[in-house]
Structures are given as C-alpha cells and as structure tokens.
Design a protein around this ligand. Structure first.
Ligand code: SF4
Ligand code: SF4
Length: 516
C-alpha cells in the first residue's frame, strides 16, 4: 500500500454520506503559476494591487457574455439535492466541497456587486465583499472541483457547477492568479506542441519503437507514422499515449485497428496533443488557440478525417466545440463525422464484421468499465443517444469474455469522477486526488469482491494516470487500470501486410513528404 501523509479514507460497502466537517480541506491549494507561464496565455503575470477592481470587471464581462452563469447564480433554491453528490465532498467531508457550497463562494460576491439587494442589504441576502480572504477561498476550492458535472445531473434546475468553476478560474487567471500545473502545460503546447513537451524527434523515436515492438510480438508490420503527408486519418491523441502506461498500450491498439481497416494514418508533431487544458481554466481564447493547431495540422498534412484517441476532456472539447473553435471542416471527407472518436471508429468496423478477435487473449482479466465524466456527461458518441456509454462497453464485450458493470448508481451519467480531472492531476493536490477517488474506488472494490473483477478499463488519459497513482493508496495494484484499446490490441487478429518480410522498417520514402 502506498504511504500517505494524510488519512486515506476507509472504503465502505455502501455509499457513506459523511458528517459535515468544516475546513478539512482549507489547506489544499495548488501551486500558483509564475509570470513566465501566465503571460504567454494572455494573462497578467501576478496579482496586482488593484486585483479586486480588475476581478469584478472580468466578472461583469463574463456575466454579460455567458447568460448561463447569471442564471446559475440566480436560480439555486438551496434544495440540498446536490450536497452529497460530489466525490470531493464524499471523500473530504468539507462543506465547501458540496456543489452548492462551492457555488456560494461565487454567489456571495455576485450578490454583493451585481444585484440590487446585495448592494443595499448585503447581510439579508448572503452577500459578501470580495476580500483577499474570499479570493484565497476561491483559489483553494475552485481547484477542488474537477468540473465533472455530476452535481448538475441531480440539480432540479440543472445548475452546472463546472461552469461556475471555469468562470472562477478565468477571473483568477485574468488577475494573475493562475494555477501552475494547467498554465505551464498550456504554455508547453504553444512552445513544443504537446502537454509533456515531447519534441518531434522524441515522438518519431517512440513511434518507430512501437513499430518494432509490434513486429517482434506479432510478425506483422503495423505502421505508426509521424507527419505523413496525404495520410487519410490524422490521429489526435493525448500525449500520455506516447509513453505512459497503460496509455501507450491503447495507442498500440489504435494502430492495429487502423491496420486492419486498411487506412493510412498519422500523428502530427505540430498538433501532437489531444488534451485541451484551455477548458479547465475556462479560457475560450486558449481553447481556441490549442484547437487551431489541429486545424493547421489537418490542412498541412492534407488528411481527410480526424480521429480522437482515448482522452475524456479532449473528446468533450472536440465533440462540443471543435467546429466553433476551429471550423469549418469543409475540407475533410463529408462521409465521416468530424471529429470521430476512436471507439466509434473501432465499433463501426466491428459492426461491419471487419475485425477478428481472439477473446481468450484477455481471459486473464475480469473487466469492468469506468465511464469518464467528460465523455459521459458532456458528449455523445455515435448516432444514438447513450452511445458514449454503450459503444465502449460493446467493444469490451467483443474482445473480452468476462465483464461486469459496477453499481448502476455509479456508472453511465451518474459516474463518479476519477478524482484527478479538471486540471487537478498534479502531485501538489495528492491528498485531494486520493480522497476524491474514494467513491469510484469503493464501487470498484465492490465488484472485485462480489464478481471477481480484476481490471477496470477507461477511455481517458487523466483517469488512467489518476488511477495508476491512487489505487495503491487503497491497497490495489496500479496495473488494474487498462486502456480499452489495450484490450482490443490483445485480442485483435492481425492480417499480414505486403511488407511484412521487410527486414528494415525504413520510412525514409515517407519522410520526403514530412511537414517541417
Ligand atoms: S462539477 Fe463535479 S467536482 Fe465540481 S462540484 Fe460538481 S460534482 Fe463536484
Ligand atoms: S441541487 Fe441545485 S438548486 Fe438544489 S442546492 Fe444544489 S445547486 Fe441549489
């Protein structure tokens, strides 16, 4: 079991709503971003003396821009439905981690400065001045929300705390109070092309290594190409897929599926990142700048289709906003959805009978599936409602003999966040991450005990990284989390290609067309 310098919650068989314990997570605050990460994103470098006036001006701007924000702040009736729905409250007991408690941090400032009653009778309507103490609370607790939207499913008014958190972070960024983890990563995307700062040559090495590995394992040449002009498909995938475990096993699987489909595909070194942290910080402009890189890569490479790999929030941004952020996509082949999820792609081939599997290759595992919150509650997949739940499960059942769902209160649109989403996947928030994972780990533990489940599959890079790190705090094995396309990769029966006898994987001929 991993050692913790905080108390790891005890797993229960049934969902335990804890007694409210104020202030338990008041100390939790991520590292503040430095000016060199703030400024490339268009934000102030650090907090100025007149931060309050600037923050209120930004707040007013957002209220004018996003009608939903004002509606959310006006419409809560304090019914209490959301109070026990957030994994961070369930894991930490802190009432400011109840969705309504989190919203009220913003609501009291809204009432004080943007409502008549709050201006004249602040005490009567719960309005408060925007003091430095309140700002510190914002910084702490709006970085204890993974923007998972679970609370909004249970709120009778559909109030979306995720959007309130995004707005709060945008206001704080605008006054120079950004979060280091997110903003450093976005700056890296602008400088190098991906969250991890992997330069083109490192990507090329990785992909070449994967080709070698797959050939050694299977005797089949599956291509993993970079910057291949004229490829049919541009794969946009989280950069964790290039090296982290179990992510890279998923990438191996995508390549095998493309091979069986007989389509050429490529990764772009310029847009080598599916993740879009612009969403986590609520910044439309940064979301747009990151998405525009995908458009440029698609145009430069002359691809006909765009397929997204396994990344929850990348799919949320792509599914919900890609056209607005970087469209129109009229230069792509209109016969295919833009964008398309790798699970849709694989499932389509399964339905057409074009993939062959040997399910017994996964017989060492009993699977369950974790619905990643951004896919579950902020997107869809395929032509039918609920496709985002059904398609990944259908793929898993196609490639595995042993599958069980977790408790229905914890899956599909009621799924619990892994605890590391929304820009919180950083070691400076480890206590929050471990405690926030409790409801999901509890449900996993129950199917392990009751059904003999050994592994949990996911289609989100953050979920995979988070579970790899936090499962050992609960006495579980980091290798229990797997990629859906890792299971596909294990079971798929590959068709030998024409060049399988080649000794040398020499892609120089393709390299002549490389993008600079
Ligand atoms: S969006 Fe998710 S993390 Fe944020 S308050 Fe709601 S349930 Fe909690
Ligand atoms: S469920 Fe909605 S209306 Fe009820 S307390 Fe929570 S946010 Fe307010």
């Amino acid at each position: 079991m991993a050692k913790a310098n905080f108390e790891v919650p005890e797993l229960q068989q049934y969902l335990d709503v804890p007694a409210v314990t104020p202030g338990t997570m008041a100390h939790s605050s991520p590292f503040v971003s430095r000016p060199e990460f703030q400024e490339p994103l268009g934000f102030l470098g650090e907090l100025p003396d007149d931060w309050q006036a600037r923050a209120l001006a930004k707040f007013g701007e957002l209220l004018g821009k996003y009608r939903s924000l004002r509606v959310y702040l006006d419409s809560c009736v304090k019914c209490g439905s959301c109070t026990d729905k957030c994994h961070y409250f369930l894991g930490t007991k802190d009432p400011k981690n109840m969705p309504v408690g989190r919203q009220d941090l913003m609501r009291k400032v809204y009432r004080r400065y943007f409502t008549l009653a709050g201006k004249f009778f602040p005490k009567l309507v719960g309005a408060e001045d925007f003091t430095k103490e309140v700002l510190d609370d914002w910084y702490s607790y709006f970085h204890q929300c993974s923007q998972c939207r679970r609370c909004s499913v249970f709120c009778p008014y559909g109030i979306d705390t995720a959007e309130i958190s995004m707005a709060a972070r945008e206001i704080m960024d605008s006054i120079g109070l950004g979060q280091k983890y997110c903003n450093e990563i976005i700056a890296k995307v602008y400088r190098i092309g991906n969250n991890l700062g992997l330069p083109g040559p490192a990507l090329a090495d990785t992909l070449e290594g994967l080709e070698e590995d797959v050939y050694d394992d299977t005797g089949v040449r599956v291509r993993y190409t970079l910057d291949k002009k004229g490829a049919e498909i541009l794969l946009v995938t989280p950069s964790a897929d290039f090296f982290a475990e179990p992510h890279v096993d998923g990438l191996i699987g995508y390549g095998k599926v493309f091979h069986e489909a007989g389509v050429s595909w490529t990764v772009s070194s310029y847009a080598s990142e599916g993740a879009n942290f612009g969403m986590f910080i609520g910044s439309y402009e940064n979301m747009r700048r990151i998405s525009q890189r995908i458009r440029k890569a698609a145009l430069d490479l002359g691809v006909k289709r765009i397929v997204f790999g396994e990344c929850g929030h990348a799919w949320r941004v792509a599914y919900s906003f890609l056209n607005t952020l970087a469209g129109p996509w009229d230069f792509l082949d209109p016969r295919y959805p833009v964008p398309q999820h790798i699970c849709e792609f694989t499932y389509g081939l399964i339905q057409e009978g074009k993939l062959n599997f040997d399910k017994s290759q996964n017989d060492d595992k009993v699977l369950t599936f974790h619905d990643s919150c951004n896919v579950a509650r902020a997107s869809r997949m395929g032509p039918r409602p609920g496709g985002q739940f059904d398609i990944p499960r259908a793929i898993i059942r196609e490639v595995c003999n042993n599958y069980y769902d977790m408790d229905e209160e914890t899956i599909r649109d009621r799924t619990f966040c892994c605890g590391g989403g929304g820009g919180l996947l950083t070691d400076d928030l480890m206590e929050l991450r471990v405690k926030g994972a409790k409801p999901r780990v509890e449900a996993l533990n129950n199917v392990m005990v009751e059904k003999g489940v050994t592994h949990m599959a996911a289609i989100c890079a953050i979920c995979k990284s988070q579970f790899t790190k936090v499962l050992p705090f609960y006495g579980m094995d980091m290798e229990q989390i797997v990629s859906v396309h890792q299971l596909v990769s294990n079971a798929i029966v590959l068709t030998p290609g024409d060049d399988d006898e080649d000794e040398d994987i020499d892609s120089d001929a393709e390299g002549e067309d490389d993008v600079d």
